[in-house]
Design a protein around this ligand. Structure first.
Ligand code: NAD
Ligand code: UDX
Length: 480
């Protein structure tokens, strides 16, 4: 029986390994983590992450060929293939701070593998890492090898949160990078054999190590670039009377462009896009490619501009002040169908509104009060952009009330900001909501989920990203 161990039981390690276990009953999969709480949650009925379909997969395999454990060393030493899926956040201190990936967790995992291994191993980079990380890992392992042979593979993960299980069941491609030596090719084949249990052969691509590592950063940069492109257009739509949904539809009909990932929004969030682009920018700078670095940096700058623009729109529409006004925040997660709030645009929007002394009432179906409070209290690292850099003062955070119902959140509110595209926000009884709000009642839709015309008929003043402006808003100061 092949044994797999995955170091890191997070958003990637957990679902990825659960799907491998489900699809490969002949493989024993252990997912290990240093976080006792996370492993306890994986072993309980309350999984540590919310992901549609995940619970069903875990329930089918846990205790059979899928195990979650804090006994990292035991499982690593017994495994044939070790996936490393630890976090690789942006460095906040020292050389490259604000851009470079922090590989502390990766390095410590590699050193631990070298310490405890007693047999040959295939070590798979599952985390997103800078190009050439495999070389560094190889050095750590071989310099401490005690005669053990290691093959390093790069197998970046392309799943998106909220659709992780679907993405893992039916990936567009599985990418495996390895050394172009006979041993390297043998290792690639061993990993291909795992995926071949359910992924068609023509979707399993193999490349050299550096292409695989760079392709992951490139894919995220391209995806984020599409969003910044459509968001930049949304500003121009508002200025000209064009409708961004119509523009996206027309543009996306070109088969060379395609229809996906062209939804204008309050800005992209999530743990990956910003971090990976900053990492790409840093790698370009280190290679003396200043123009290339600046090109990609612009994707993040436009994202910050979009979040700022949204806050300014809210404040300017409401007579240039939200001081003391209750604003309902519908949705805090960075996208629907996840409870993840990492880099969610809601953090910047809420901080912007709190900076103007608003009172916030926040509702998200999957994000806890503790999480929201933590997110709004923490100092955000300044990479070099001006968005709301200061940590919130404790008194500002006191202006935030977290509730478990959209109707409660909007009661007596002056305005509503929709910041996550949860399906339930499309189906709310907006008539009832309108009746219980202060007048004039505003809706600022940062995800284009509401029916603008219907809401205007009810009496709301509606702002929807990139849509023709409400006559009311046209008379308000211009927003840049
Ligand atoms: P995460 O923070 O949810 O999980 C990482 C886990 O690794 C944590 O539970 C942490 O306790 C554990 N860990 C850290 N150091 C460890 C060590 N030395 N030994 C054992 N456990 C250790 O992170 P994530 O979202 O799963 O992301 C993991 C990697 O995958 C990152 O590089 C990320 O960029 C990449 N990625 C993430 C996504 C996504 O949607 N979240 C998608 C594709 C790729
Ligand atoms: C992303 C990549 O899609 C995935 O391939 C990679 O493995 C990890 O990073 P994720 O961040 O989980 O996945 O979600 P994604 O669906 O890409 O959304 C990222 C952000 O972009 C969200 O805030 C989402 O709301 C926003 N978005 C997405 C838009 O604003 N408009 C769109 O058209 C699509």
């Amino acid at each position: 029986m092949v044994k797999i161990c995955c170091i890191g039981a997070g958003y990637v390690g957990g679902p990825t390994m659960a799907v491998i276990a489900l699809k490969c009953p002949s493989i024993e999969v252990a997912v290990v983590d240093i976080s006792v709480a996370r492993i306890a949650a994986w072993n309980s009925d309350q999984l540590p992450i919310y992901e549609p379909g995940l619970e069903e997969v875990v329930n089918q395999c846990r205790g059979k060929n899928l195990f979650f454990s804090t006994n990292v060393e035991k499982h690593v030493s017994e495994a044939d293939i070790i996936f490393v899926s630890v976090n690789t956040p942006t460095k906040t201190r020292g050389l490259g701070a604000g851009k470079a990936a922090d590989l502390t967790y990766w390095e410590s995992a590699a050193r631990m593998i070298a310490d405890v291994s007693k047999s040959n191993k295939i070590v798979v980079e599952k985390s997103t890492v800078p190009v050439k990380t495999a070389e560094a890992i190889e050095k750590i392992l071989t310099h401490n090898s005690k005669g053990i042979k290691y093959q390093i593979l790069s197998n970046p993960e392309f799943l998106a949160e909220g659709t992780a299980i679907q993405d893992l069941f039916n990936p567009d491609r599985v990418l495996i990078g390895g050394r172009e030596t006979p041993d390297g090719q043998k290792a690639i084949q061993a990993l291909k054999d795992v995926y071949a249990h359910w992924v068609p052969e023509d979707r399993i691509i193999s490349t050299n190590l550096w292409s695989a590592e760079l392709s992951k950063l490139a894919a995220n940069a391209f995806l984020a670039q599409r969003i910044s492109s459509v968001n930049a257009m949304s500003a121009l739509c508002e200025a000209t009377g064009a409708d961004v949904s119509q523009v996206s539809h027309a543009v996306g009909k070109d088969t060379r462009i395609g229809p996906k990932f062209l939804n204008a929004s309050v800005g992209f969030g999530g743990s990956c896009f910003q971090k990976d682009i900053l990492n790409l920018v840093y790698i370009c700078e280190c290679n003396g490619l200043a123009e290339v670095a600046n090109y990609w940096k612009q994707v993040i700058k436009v994202n910050d501009y979009q979040k700022n623009r949204f806050v300014n729109r809210v404040v300017s529409s409401m007579f240039n002040t939200v001081s003391g006004k209750k604003i309902a925040i519908l949705g805090f997660a960075f996208k629907k169908d996840t409870g993840d709030t990492r880099e969610t645009p809601a953090i910047d929007v809420c901080k912007g509104l709190l900076g103007d002394k608003a009172r916030l009432s926040v509702y998200d179906p999957q994000v806890t009060e503790d999480q929201i409070e933590r997110d709004l209290s923490l100092e955000k690292f300044d990479w070099d952009h001006p968005v709301h850099l200061q940590p919130m003062s404790p008194s500002a955070v006191k202006q935030v009330n977290v509730v478990w119902d959209a109707y409660e959140a909007t009661k007596d509110a002056h305005g509503i900001c929709i910041l996550t595209e949860w399906d339930e926000f499309k189906k709310l009884d907006y008539k009832r909501i309108f009746e219980n709000m202060q007048k004039p009642a505003f809706v600022f839709d940062g995800r284009n989920v509401v029916n603008v015309e219907k809401l205007r008929e009810i009496g709301f003043i509606v702002y929807s990203i990139g849509k023709p402006l409400d006559p009311w808003l046209k008379d308000m100061p211009a927003v840049a």
